[in-house]
Design a protein around this ligand. Structure first.
Ligand SMILES: [Zn+2]
Ligand SMILES: [Zn+2]
Length: 126
């Protein structure tokens, strides 16, 4: 199969659906290593006549997810696919379908600032 075709995690058929799960500790180590390498490179290339580069906080695992792909027969439910799954989630696993082995994270509560609506100009309303 084309190496760029996304495949089902369970059976290697072409993927039809995807959802998100948190990174395992090993996967997050890769993210941290890349960030350390980026910072080391930036420090190495920094102009010594200028203040040293300042970096923000290190990556937070709570900000990272990775996609999980599945073919149609191995898809979890649409409602479950809308949520972020635990790093330990084994979906799609034949024994759990159409569910999964974890309790997905709840939907984040809406940001009240983002839901505050400014009045639209009258001619923008149909
Ligand atoms: Zn499959
Ligand atoms: Zn899950």
């Amino acid at each position: 199969m084309d190496p760029f075709t996304l495949t089902c995690r369970l059976c290697d058929q072409a993927a039809a659906v995807q959802w998100q799960r948190r990174l395992t500790p090993g996967e997050f180590e890769t993210v941290l290593a890349a960030e350390h390498a980026r910072r080391d490179q930036a420090a190495l290339l920094a102009d010594p006549a200028q203040p040293p580069p300042s970096f923000g906080p290190m990556p937070d695992p709570a900000h990272y997810t990775t996609p999980v792909y599945a073919c149609s027969p191995h898809a979890i439910t649409l409602d479950a696919a809308a949520l972020v799954h635990q790093a330990t989630c084994t979906a799609p696993a034949a024994a759990d379908l159409p569910g999964c082995s974890c309790t997905p994270e709840p939907v984040p509560s809406p940001n009240p600032e983002a839901t505050a609506t400014a009045a639209l100009p009258g001619h923008w309303n149909t």
